[in-house]
Ligand binder design. Structure first.
Ligand SMILES: CC(C)(COP(=O)(O)OP(=O)(O)OC[C@H]1O[C@@H](n2cnc3c(N)ncnc32)[C@H](O)[C@@H]1OP(=O)(O)O)[C@@H](O)C(=O)NCCC(=O)NCCS
Length: 234
């Protein structure tokens, strides 16, 4: 499913449950030794997915550890992203010569709880959601959850490039609908963007899809001056 929203050059693997999770490393286990069973299971499964995606580039299995803010540490020469939610685990990786960063996120296609939308969105984003709901454009997906997911994907692409936090109020995300259940999005950065080879992008672009009770979003950041490749569509 994630392949539908990833461009050519990004390899991925996904799982819809934790069966078959095997082949983890003691260094990884140590990171979740005190976690509850569910957390250990998703942690293992998503790393199995990441290793499968890396193996398609010929990368041998190795522990996938994390930095101080939780960011995954990818093998030299690769960028990537991982996500998990109820019923979904996914990983995407690419060569760092082709992409400078990736961010993927999965969420259940359910309304955000309580007052969460107000905490994670800007007034202009809520206005756009209201307009899309009024036009019936957002009828087939929970647009509040989609917005949240896109912002999480933006953060996962942002952090490895900057090593800095990005508050929910520091990016403004707007959506395009290709179909009722898939499309694109643009994240306009309201703070200075990451420095990439002397240029400073003022935003990121991404794609989204919603099916099987899930919302998936993906942000891919290309080297400056290189146009984003088209979606794989598989
Ligand atoms: C880090 C964060 C984005 C994770 O998202 P989530 O929906 O809670 O969880 P997901 O299951 O989708 O993703 C978890 C994975 O994200 C990855 N991740 C965690 N921290 C990360 C970081 N700083 N940078 C990149 N990836 C990160 C990890 O691979 C993690 O999986 P693991 O713990 O098994 O290794 C979220 O917890 C967070 O801190 N959000 C606040 C910042 C933000 O989103 N700002 C919005 C800017 S517009």
């Amino acid at each position: 499913m994630i392949g539908e929203i990833l461009p050519a050059g990004v390899r991925f693997a996904e799982a819809f449950d934790d069966s078959g999770a095997a082949g983890w490393f003691p260094e990884e286990e140590a990171l979740v030794a005190r976690a509850v069973h569910k957390r250990r299971a998703e942690f293992r499964t998503v790393r199995r997915c990441a290793r499968a995606a890396l193996a398609s580039f010929g990368v041998p299995p190795a522990p996938l550890l994390r930095g101080s803010r939780g960011e995954p540490r990818w093998p030299a020469g690769f960028v990537g992203s991982m996500t998990h939610c109820a019923g979904y685990r996914g990983a995407a990786v690419a060569r760092s010569t082709e992409f400078v960063s990736l961010g993927i996120d999965a969420e259940p296609d359910d309304p955000l709880p309580g007052e969460v939308l107000a905490l994670v969105s800007l007034p202009e984003e809520r206005d756009r959601l209201a307009r899309q709901e009024a036009d019936g454009e957002a009828a087939a997906v929970r647009a509040d959850r989609l917005l949240f997911s896109a912002k999480e994907a933006v953060f996962k692409a942002w952090y490895p490039l900057t090593g800095r936090e990005l508050d929910f109020a520091e990016a403004s995300v707007s959506f395009g609908y290709t179909t009722a259940r898939s499309g694109t999005f643009e994240a306009r950065l309201l703070v200075p963007g990451p420095e990439l080879d002397g240029s400073r992008p003022d935003g990121f672009t991404g794609r989204w899809t919603a099916r099987h009770g899930l919302v998936l979003t993906a942000v891919t950041v290309c080297p400056p001056g290189r146009p984003a490749p088209g979606a794989q569509g598989n």
